[in-house]
Design a protein around this ligand. Structure first.
Ligand code: SF4
Ligand code: SF4
Length: 90
């Protein structure tokens, strides 16, 4: 983990804030649909209530300094192993 990173876990997922990268621009604070991001006394983003995070990824995508990352399980393919008709060439 990057030094200065805080990991907020919820079940099998987590939101990581790399505190050394955050410049306190508030973009994530404003754009989080759940309003669970605030700036602390050092003007660095923190999560107030990870249990309400929906892991939409908006904060991570919009942070201009790559200070936020999400940990999510890799998606598992639940469809058929073979689909001989679906991708057939004409
Ligand atoms: S992943 Fe979505 S809900 Fe969770 S803190 Fe980021 S913007 Fe908010
Ligand atoms: S968008 Fe990034 S740099 Fe701006 S306050 Fe949030 S974590 Fe910090």
């Amino acid at each position: 983990m990057i030094p200065g990173t805080v990991r907020y876990a919820q079940g099998g997922m987590a939101l990581l804030i790399h505190r050394n990268y955050c410049k306190g621009c508030r973009i994530c604070v404003t754009d989080c649909p759940e309003k669970i991001l605030v700036l602390d006394q050092h003007e660095v983003a923190v999560v107030t209530e990870i249990g309400r995070c929906v892991f939409c990824g908006i904060c991570a995508v919009r942070c201009p300094d790559f200070a936020i990352a999400l940990e999510r399980p890799a998606p598992r393919w639940t469809g058929p192993a073979h689909d001989p008709g679906g991708m057939a060439c004409a």
